[in-house]
Design a protein around this ligand. Structure first.
Ligand code: CA
Length: 326
C-alpha cells in the first residue's frame, strides 16, 4: 500500500488544487511530509489525461506549461479529466537538481518504484500504481537540464504493439513541436516512459531545450503542446494548432557520441545544423596546459545535430552529441 494521500478528490467534478502528501519523517520534522502539488480538473464524461513535469528537477518547460494550464483551464472547457503534476520529483525541483537531494535517486530510472522504498521510489510507485492506471493519455515533459541542450522536439518510441505506437505517434505529432522524434533511449529500464507504455497507454514525451533554464520560445512550445494534446484526445474543444512538424529518427546506437577524455569543449556545430559522417562535431582542448593538440569528436553518421552537452567543460564518458536523421 502506497503511503501517499491526495488532499483533493481525484474523481470529483470541478477544479481542485492540492497536494499529494507523502509522509517523510526526518531530523527537522518527525511527522513531516513531502507535499507534491497537483491539480485535477474534471467535467462530464471523457478521457483522462495525466500531464507531468519535473521528472528531473532542473528542467523547466514542463513546470511552466503545467502551472499555466492549471491556472487557465476551467471545467467548462473540457470533457473528461486532466490531472496536472508540474513537479513530479518535487524535492529535486526545489533543489534545482536532476536527482532528488533526499535519496540521490533519478526518478526516471526508478519506475515502477516501491511502496516501501525511498522518497523518490514511493512517488514513482504512486504514479505507476494509482495515477497512470486512471489515464488514457500521458504527457511527460523533459528538457536537457543543466548538462544537455536539445532541438525542441516531442517524442514517441518504437513499441511492440503497432496500434499503440501509431496512437503515440499521432499524439506526438499533435503536440506540434518544431520537431518530432522517434526516440531511442540509452537506458530505458526504469523510465516513466517504459512504465506508462507497458500499461498500454498513449504516451508522449518531449525534449524542449536545456541548459537548466527555459526560453520564451521553448515555453510557448510547451504550453501550446499541452493544449494540443488535450484537443487531440478530445478532452479540450477546438482544433489542434500545429504548424508543420519535422520528423526525426534515431536509427541506431551510433547516434550517440561520448567523450573519451576530460577537457574544454570547443563546439564546431550548433543544434539544428546538418553534419556529414566523419565531420568534426567538437574539439576537446586540454584543461591543464597549452601546446597539445585537441581531441576531435567526429560524426558517426550523416544527420542533424539534435542534442549536445551544455556545460563548457566535459568529463570522460559524457554524452557530447546526438545526431538524428531527418
Ligand atoms: Ca530529462
Amino acid at each position: 500500500m502506497n503511503p501517499i494521500m491526495p488532499t483533493i478528490p481525484l474523481d470529483a467534478p470541478g477544479k481542485h488544487h492540492g497536494f499529494l502528501r507523502l509522509p517523510y519523517s526526518r531530523n527537522d520534522s518527525a511527522w513531516g511530509s513531502v507535499m507534491i502539488p497537483i491539480t485535477v480538473i474534471a467535467n462530464g464524461t471523457g478521457p483522462t489525461a495525466l500531464l507531468t513535469g519535473g521528472n528531473h528537477g532542473d528542467e523547466y518547460e514542463g513546470p511552466i506549461a503545467l502551472q499555466q494550464l492549471a491556472w487557465d483551464l476551467e471545467p467548462d472547457n473540457i470533457s473528461g479529466r486532466v490531472i496536472i503534476a508540474p513537479y513530479l520529483n518535487y524535492p529535486a525541483f526545489r533543489a534545482g537538481t536532476r536527482v532528488s537531494p533526499i535519496d540521490q535517486v533519478n526518478m526516471n530510472r526508478c519506475f515502477p518504484g516501491r511502496p516501501d522504498g525511498t522518497v523518490t521510489q514511493k512517488i514513482a510507485h504512486y504514479f505507476d500504481s494509482v495515477l497512470v492506471p486512471m489515464a488514457d493519455v500521458v504527457l511527460d515533459y523533459h528538457s536537457g537540464g543543466k548538462t544537455l541542450d536539445f532541438l525542441p522536439y516531442a517524442a514517441a518510441h518504437y513499441l511492440d504493439d503497432p496500434d499503440q505506437q501509431a496512437a503515440c505517434v499521432a499524439a506526438m505529432r499533435a503536440f506540434g513541436a518544431p520537431w518530432s522524434m522517434m526516440m531511442r533511449e540509452i537506458d530505458a529500464v526504469g523510465m516513466f516512459d517504459t512504465a506508462v507504455e507497458s500499461q498500454g497507454k498513449v504516451f508522449v514525451t518531449t525534449e524542449l531545450g536545456g541548459g537548466g533554464t527555459a526560453t520564451a520560445a521553448s515555453s510557448r512550445i510547451a504550453i501550446r503542446g499541452a493544449r494540443n494534446v488535450l484537443r487531440h484526445a478530445g478532452i479540450l474543444s477546438g482544433a489542434v494548432e500545429a504548424d508543420q512538424t519535422r520528423m526525426l529518427d534515431m536509427p541506431g546506437d551510433d547516434c550517440f557520441h561520448f567523450t573519451t577524455r576530460d577537457g574544454l569543449l570547443h563546439p564546431l556545430v550548433d543544434l539544428g545544423e546538418d553534419v556529414a559522417e566523419g565531420q568534426a562535431l567538437a574539439q576537446i582542448w586540454p584543461a591543464d596546459r597549452t601546446g597539445l593538440a585537441p581531441v576531435e569528436i567526429r560524426a558517426n553518421r550523416d544527420g542533424i545535430l539534435a542534442a549536445r552537452h551544455f556545460p563548457g567543460l566535459v568529463q570522460m564518458g559524457d554524452c557530447l552529441a546526438v545526431i538524428a536523421v531527418a
